[in-house]
Design a protein around this ligand. Structure first.
Ligand code: SF4
Length: 481
């Protein structure tokens, strides 16, 4: 379901962990540019926001719980003066609930020099590194995996006196998904795990004014930067007064870009690996119309990410598309706790049907995914209450049967309805007249027929980076898996 969870609510769709953004631009207001970049990437995390700025001498950080516009104002941006900046939006998975300590960027000291690190993804083997660093006398302020990365880089840099060597050491020792940016007092660094699971792209400001890195291209667009290329898996890229330089940090492994970015996480106006997210979503709808046709009067999309796919389904099937569901854009993006009575309204807080469109019609309803199934059940019931005579649910991702350990919060298999029920069981639970999911080959071909390789682990159970046994035991239904 394409909806944010309300505060205190168990989310019924995958939740993205974070967004990262960075700027190196002499003579520019880099804090303000980072603030704009983070606003463009707000969909990737809404629990906390932070910006760190380097001014040639030191690094200053400001971070707080809340949305970017709640955390930063004119006064706080004016206090962040410098020419290199990194920023972060957080959705907590690893590191537990929202807390100031877990908010990023994380600051780490290298002798007397500070660096600030921002991370999108999840590291899966930080326990050992945390213990080792604690034995060396380092103090941790949070349970965040990103703080372990920042401290690992800090201590290795202290030894080698080269930040790139510190980053390389972290890349050699810590496993998992990471797209990271670091601001030192005078340089910006961007680097990515050897499988390239989470996205990270590079842009250039006009007239040679500087460089920008962003989780998605929509972050480049908002500051007027032109897309140059993606940070390659395993690569370390540095930006400083001399320009951009890149080198291999660790040897790239089999490419495994998260395919769910195209289905749900990324903004439709972003381009990942040369593929428009919007066009991919349209194509998913077309493929699903061929794979799972339905007899109906109207095609509806569940806002926001289901809408382009619904248009694709309509184009392919010839069934007219209609705007029959309206989304309340702001209710999920708040820290105001709903009362229990409000919470019982469930999906009504976020979506409202248009009876004037729906009443008396047989509907095809296109959505991005089903994780726990509760929201889909409420959606079908709400559409019937609004007068739909039939509801045929079509989902543009395959069944989510396996947890994700690479930056998404579906951390146990028990939570996943498709891991516990077959298709007919899910259909009955949800109460739809028919239910169909796109096939994995269908999804793949919708995104890009000749892509070098996707992570599809939440559909297939084939994890590109091995999951440590203790995590498997805790998270999988079969403890021997
Ligand atoms: S397991 Fe699924 S959500 Fe997680 S990185 Fe892989 S494709 Fe993306």
């Amino acid at each position: 379901m394409s909806l944010e969870a309300l505060p205190g609510e168990c989310p019924d769709h995958p939740q993205e962990e974070c967004a990262v953004f960075g700027v190196f631009a002499l003579g520019e207001d880099v804090a303000r540019m980072t603030c704009y970049g983070l606003q463009a990437l707000q969909h990737r995390g809404q629990e906390s926001a932070g910006i760190a700025v380097g001014d040639g001498e030191t690094v200053t950080v400001a971070k707080e719980l809340g949305l970017v516009t709640q955390v930063f104002d004119e006064a706080s941006l004016a206090a962040l003066d410098g020419f290199v900046a990194v920023g972060h939006n957080r959705y907590s998975t690893s590191g537990g609930a929202a807390s100031w300590e877990a908010a990023q960027p994380h600051i780490s000291a290298i002798d007397t020099t500070l660096i600030a690190l921002a991370h999108n993804g999840t590291l899966i083997n930080t326990d050992e590194a945390r213990e080792r660093l604690s034995r060396q006398g380092l103090h941790f302020r949070s349970m965040s995996d990103s703080e372990v990365a920042a401290k690992t880089i800090g201590i290795a840099t202290q030894r080698t006196h080269h930040l790139r060597e510190g980053i390389r050491r972290m890349m050699e020792t810590l496993e998992g998904a990471y797209a990271m940016v670091i601001a030192s007092p005078d340089s910006l660094y961007a680097f990515r795990d050897p499988c390239g699971i989470r996205p990270l792209c590079i842009g250039r400001l006009p007239e040679g004014r500087g460089w920008v890195v962003s989780s998605e291209t929509c972050g480049l667009d908002i500051v007027g930067a032109e897309y140059v290329r993606d940070v390659e898996p395993g690569e370390i890229v540095r930006f400083n007064e001399e320009g951009m330089s890149a080198e291999e940090g660790v040897t790239p492994r089999g490419r495994a870009a998260c395919i769910f970015e195209y289905v749900y996480f990324a903004r439709p106006d972003s381009v990942i690996d040369g593929q428009s997210v919007y066009q991919a979503r349209r194509e998913m709808g077309r493929v699903l119309a061929r794979e799972a046709p339905a007899k109906a009067d109207l095609v509806l999309g569940v806002p926001d990410s289901g809408v382009p796919s619904a248009m694709g389904y309509s184009l392919e099937s010839g069934i007219p598309y209609a705007d029959g569901i309206v989304k309340n854009r702001y209710v999920g993006r708040t820290f105001i706790q709903p009362t229990q009575a409000m919470r019982q309204l469930g999906i009504r807080l976020k979506l409202n049907p248009l009876p004037s469109v729906i009443a008396g019609a047989r509907l095809v309803v296109v959505d991005d995914s089903i994780v726990r199934g509760n929201t889909s059940k409420q959606l079908v019931s709400m559409l019937r209450d609004a007068g739909a005579t039939e509801v045929h649910l079509r989902i543009v991702s395959p069944e989510v049967r396996w947890p994700c350990f690479y930056g998404i919060d579906t951390d146990t298999q028990e939570q996943l309805i498709a891991a516990r029920m077959d298709l007919e069981g899910i259909r009955r639970f949800i109460g739809a007249d028919s239910l169909a999911f796109i096939s994995l080959p269908g999804l793949r071909s919708s995104v890009c027929a000749d892509h070098p390789g996707f992570c599809e682990a939440c559909f297939s159970g084939e994890y590109p980076i091995e999951i440590p046994v203790p995590i498997r035991k805790k998270s999988f239904l079969s403890k021997t898996a």
